[in-house]
Design a binder for this molecule. Structure first.
Ligand SMILES: Nc1ncnc2c1ncn2[C@@H]1O[C@H](COP(=O)(O)OP(=O)(O)OP(=O)(O)O)[C@@H](O)[C@H]1O
Ligand SMILES: [Mg+2]
Length: 493
């Protein structure tokens, strides 16, 4: 047996967190923890409790709490960074959604989900119907809590910065088709075009117009500009030949337009990234940024532009956070990022854009907590995630699949020992090895101040609810009945 939490009864018959000063004497009765026991002990915290599942290998509900990041009632007074780790299929995304619901109960909290795969967006768009696995009614639950949920996809987002246009132009087919390699000269050419467009008073909004394209094209006939791009005469001549023989109309419609459209404010329903961030920080919406590009056919989109957009979102968030801090306000916002190890890998990426995303993310994680901005990272790996991100985490969940080699070493380091807790963790089974879908178990070990039972610092173990009904029965406020946790549950039992 290890000790997890100690409560003592005071003179009024109330229980309060305490410590164990002496070894209990021989003959002290031992009781099995049941829901009723926990309910009595945790009565004062009743309103704050939230249930993700049951104690691993047992039946009681594991009480957890997810305080908002502001001060005042139900607040932690500061933001927390959280992490959810585990192999593919271990149930990380599902757990993350449950945690989002926990935060959605706080009316003055906003959340933004940076969703590279479009997975969270799919839940919000379609309801959960028609997919395998746990079918969480994500929109109903969030809206049922009185919060506004919204999805912005690639086709709803307008980019609004010249440097991003310059990068995208570099990436696009534009120079590829003119036979120009991805090198310094291509970079120079992009910079020349942007400088020229600005000089001609072309705005980002007007990029989609034919006249803007014509301006860019005209630059490729400008001897002086060409000389700045290539100093070798034969290269210059080569480029000119390519430009002269190119099909200008096709260039406009096939290459220019899909890129320029990303900056087109007149697209119906389109929003700027800054708008999205305000919606979260000021209006406290729950916003999913679907950056998968799945919703989009007409715009130019790839992993690279996705990275540029993520970088823009992170830098805007950070900037806003700093401004809010000067006004002495807590942002009280959660940012959820899936595939964290891809965005903030331990090894320095070769690519300049990827490097910038990584640097910004690390910087943001370091600095934004004091502004009330907390991050929830999801990652399949610990070993390839940047150490600084791990260092900044207060609450962590470890699912199945990290019990070998480097991953296991990383878990052991974060949990702080290789004692019995890790032995228990190693007993987790692959949910997909279960005999039937109903008997699949999605278990997590958690460390950090996530539960009134975790103050001794020992990890806690839980099996996440594997049915929507079970989850809602334990958290009736989410189902709209307003009753709290175990009261409703005992009725159910
Ligand atoms: N608690 C649960 N109860 C029932 N089904 C679950 C639970 N958690 C996850 N599942 C199901 O298991 C499958 C994998 O879960 P999930 O998508 O959350 O895994 P993941 O860890 O996010 O994987 P990846 O790393 O590939 O994104 C899904 O079909 C999901 O619905
Ligand atoms: Mg997932």
């Amino acid at each position: 047996m290890t000790l997890s939490a100690v409560f003592s009864e005071n003179s009024e018959g109330k229980y309060a967190p305490s410590f164990l000063g002496t070894v209990p004497s021989t003959g002290t009765n031992i009781y099995l923890v049941r829901d009723q026991v926990l309910e009595t002990l945790l009565e004062p915290f009743k309103e704050e409790l939230f249930y993700l599942g049951r104690v691993y290998g047992s039946t009681p509900l594991l009480p957890t709490w997810f305080k908002h990041f502001g001060s005042g009632r139900g607040g932690a007074g500061e933001a927390y960074h959280l992490g959810i780790f585990g192999k593919s299929g271990s149930g990380k995304s599902v757990l993350a959604k449950l945690i989002l619901f926990a935060y959605a109960r706080h009316a003055d909290m906003g959340a933004i989900v940076i969703d590279p795969q479009g997975e969270f967006a799919r839940d919000l768009r379609s309801g959960a119907a028609g997919h395998e696995g746990l079918q969480l009614p994500v929109r109903e639950i969030i809206e049922g809590l009185g919060r506004q949920a919204e999805v912005l996809g690639v086709s709803d987002l307008v980019l609004d910065r010249w440097d991003i246009f310059e990068e995208i132009l570099f990436e696009s087919q534009f120079f590829e088709r003119l036979g120009m390699r991805r090198n310094n000269n291509r970079e120079l050419a992009c910079a020349e075009i942007v400088a020229h467009l600005k000089k001609k008073k072309v705005t980002l909004k007007s990029l989609p117009e034919r006249a803007s394209f014509d301006q860019a094209w005209a630059l490729l006939h400008d001897e002086k500009a060409l000389a700045r791009i290539y100093n070798q005469k034969d290269r210059r001549a080569g480029l000119k030949d390519q430009v002269d023989s190119a099909d200008r109309d096709a260039f406009f419609s096939e290459v220019w337009s899909p890129v320029a459209a990303l900056f087109d404010e007149s697209r119906s329903g389109a929003r700027k990234v800054t708008w999205a961030i305000d919606a979260v920080l000021k209006e406290k919406k729950f916003l999913v940024l679907d950056l998968s590009g799945k919703d989009n056919e007409d715009l130019y989109w790839n992993a690279r532009i996705q990275a540029l957009t993520i970088q823009k979102v992170i830098s805007d968030l950070k900037q806003r956070a700093e401004m809010a801090y000067e006004d002495d306000k807590s942002l009280n916002t959660l940012v959820l990022i899936d595939e964290a190890a891809r965005l903030a890998p331990r090894e320095k990426p070769d690519d300049a854009v990827e490097q910038r995303v990584r640097d910004q993310l690390i910087d943001a994680v370091r600095t934004t907590r004091k502004y009330g901005l907390g991050w929830l990272f999801i990652s399949q790996t610990l070993a390839s995630l940047h150490q600084e991100i791990l260092n900044q985490m207060r609450i962590m969940f470890f699912g199945f699949g990290l019990s070998l080699g480097q991953e296991y070493d990383a878990v052991a380091r974060l949990v702080g020992s290789r004692g019995p807790a890790l032995d228990l963790y190693r007993l987790f089974r692959d949910p997909h090895s279960a005999f039937s879908v109903e008997s699949r178990e999605y278990s997590f070990m958690t460390v950090g101040p996530v539960s009134p039972l975790s103050f001794a610092g020992t990890p806690l173990f839980l099996s996440v609810f594997n049915s929507v009904d079970g989850f809602l029965a334990a958290n009736p406020r989410l189902a709209g009945s307003g009753q709290t946790g175990s009261a409703a549950l005992s009725e159910e039992q």
